[in-house]
Design a protein around this ligand. Structure first.
Ligand code: HEM
Length: 460
């Protein structure tokens, strides 16, 4: 591993000692990554009590395995606050459902994301990224690009086309994407209580559920129309058509029309912001790491020889994938995973009362002092040694166990194809003196627009 010149991006201040419950709460109101102490990156198991709520943190691969696999049934449920915030939009959809409903829906959808399907959607991924490259080509060299919104536009277009194909149309696509952004902005106000399972009366942010409900109704109506069109129109390979087909052939009771709509909405919601955030961090990290950027360009230029990437190329772009994986180690798009204990349990001699919140925190695990060399530095080479992959219970940007991200392959392939398509022709540089920080609400992203300067590469 080349550790000499590795870039270490700035990280939020770490407290020298652990904060008490109230200080944690006040700090968490500002930012979910702001209250950790230096020691949190060394601890194996943590117990806190905030406003009478027991909160535990499983912070070793063994404990993560225990929570997400061995005792999966006990730690299956998302916090009631998370469910409450997402229910108006997602109903009984995958992300927040549990028990039999979750199992049935998950079984039905697993097949929709196998290699054969992801290969089919990969054409949409490259095509959409190539359209973005074309837009960038129209800009003068040195133009400013808002990277966060560009990546948001790219990934929401990709998921919208993969879900609904041409049925959606540009006007509907813009309306759906806009309504989602509105919903998300409204529910993000309650992010702290979502994760920590704190009581509803807590005056943390204003719960703009009125706006959220309105946006949800608009999305429901649009998606209902698109499903109706999808049922009537000629066959086109989309997540919608595959879901309808799987439902029609499923053994047992088929999912209702409303259930199908809920699942499509979950896929839309879960399927774009995470990838957009991670891709935005990629451009920032590359801009600060010339050696990594050079290696990436060499790989892309050698493998592609100037043509657009396909699904088959992904296997031949291991460094590009490593850059993405290392980016998600440093900036996991979902930095905190939160569950609620069903029954009493005991971990490391500590009683876990029923209803406690159990956190698994990729933010801590991915930089844990006991497991990583130079934990805060950007070193994609860590992911280049096939026989030394990080433990799956230590590196978990997509979570792990039965509730692992269903779109994991989709997201990975999408990111590699988007990076390869755009980096083939462009670099993004950061204007001197720009300070970069993060924002952590439901997901972790760069704060602000992340304005960067577009440069054409010499051979592009
Ligand atoms: C880089 C991209 C992505 C990251 C980092 C990511 C991360 C995650 C994580 C951490 C979870 C588990 C959340 C929890 O347990 O609380 C999750 C769940 C989920 N993700 Fe992703 N995701 C990504 C892309 C996608 C894509 C592209 C799709 C769909 C096309 C998707 C669909 C879902 C769904 C449906 C779930 C809920 C699964 C269940 O509960 O059974 N994700 N994702």
């Amino acid at each position: 591993m080349d550790t000499i010149s590795a870039f270490t991006p700035p990280y939020p201040k770490r407290h020298t000692s652990d904060l008490g419950g109230l200080a944690t709460l006040l700090s968490a109101r500002r930012d979910l990554l702001s209250f950790w102490s230096e020691n949190s990156f060394r601890y194996q198991f943590m117990a806190r009590k905030i406003l009478n709520r027991h909160i535990f943190i499983a912070n070793t691969p063994e404990l993560v395995k225990y929570v997400f696999v061995t005792q999966k049934d006990n730690y299956e449920s998302k916090s009631p606050q998370m469910r409450k915030a997402l229910e108006p939009l997602l109903g009984d959809g995958l992300f927040i459902s549990d028990g039999e409903v979750w199992k049935k829906r998950r079984l039905l959808q697993n097949g929709l994301f196998d290699n054969h399907h992801v290969a089919a959607y990969s054409r949409i991924m490259t095509e959409t990224a190539a359209e973005m490259a074309e837009q960038w080509r129209q800009l003068p060299n040195g133009a400013t690009v808002s990277v966060l919104s560009a990546m948001g536009q790219l990934t929401s277009e990709i998921i919208a086309r993969a879900l609904f194909g041409t049925n959606l149309g540009q006007e509907n696509a813009t309306a759906v994407i806009g309504a989602f952004a509105e919903y998300q902005a409204a529910i993000e106000q309650v992010h702290v209580s979502n994760f920590l399972g704190l009581p509803d009366w807590l005056p943390i942010g204003s719960l703009k559920m009125g706006i959220a409900h309105k946006a949800a109704r608009r999305i429901h109506q649009l998606v209902d129309e698109v499903i109706a069109q999808g049922e009537k129109s000629a066959y086109e390979h989309t997540l919608l058509s595959e879901l309808l087909r799987a439902n029609a052939h499923s053994k047992g009771e088929a999912i209702s029309r409303e259930g199908i709509r809920n699942e499509l909405i979950v896929l839309f919601m879960a399927g774009h912001e995470t990838t957009a955030n991670a891709l935005s961090w990629v451009w920032y990290l590359l801009s600060q790491s010339p050696a990594v950027e050079n290696k990436l360009h060499t790989e892309i230029d050698t493998v592609l020889q100037g043509r657009l990437p396909t699904y088959a190329d992904v296997a031949h772009l291991p460094y590009t994938r490593a850059v993405f994986e290392e980016t998600m180690r440093l900036y996991p798009p979902v930095p905190i995973l939160s569950r609620q204990a069903k029954a009493e349990d005991t971990i490391r001699k500590k009683v876990i009362p029923p209803g406690s919140i159990m956190l698994v925190v990729p933010w801590l695990l991915h930089r844990h002092r006991n497991y990583w060399e130079q934990p805060d530095a950007f070193i994609p080479e860590r992911f280049m040694e096939p026989n030394k992959r990080p433990d799956k219970f230590l590196y978990l940007p997509f979570s792990v166990g039965p509730r692992v991200c269903i779109g994991k392959m989709f997201g990975l392939v999408e990111a590699v194809l988007a990076i390869a398509t755009l980096a083939q022709s462009f670099r993004l540089t950061l204007p001197q003196g720009t300070a970069i920080s993060h924002e952590c609400r439901l997901t972790l992203r760069p704060r602000g627009a992340l304005n960067m300067t577009l440069e054409r590469r010499l051979n592009a």
